[in-house]
Design a protein around this ligand. Sequence first.
Ligand SMILES: [Zn+2]
Length: 87
Amino acid sequence: MITINCPFCGPRDEREFEYCGPHRQKRPDKINEMTTSAFIDYLTVPENPEGEAKEVWWHRRGCGAWLLVVRNTRTHEIIKVSELDAT
Ligand SMILES: [Zn+2]
């Protein structure tokens, strides 16, 4: 069981949240120069890092905030939680 400390609601059980995938900084710069295979991989192959990972979570059954969660994928330790920057 994971407890996520929502910056707006405080510590909450992970069942209130929905995991929305790995956090990606931005789209690749030269998308027109990518091969079709590389672009499909970018869209469909999720990153699966071992250790510290940035993830997007949605406080679905709480305040509705979109959060950036830094989590250790080996230990499930939550290292940092912040509001997701939409820019
Ligand atoms: Zn919340």
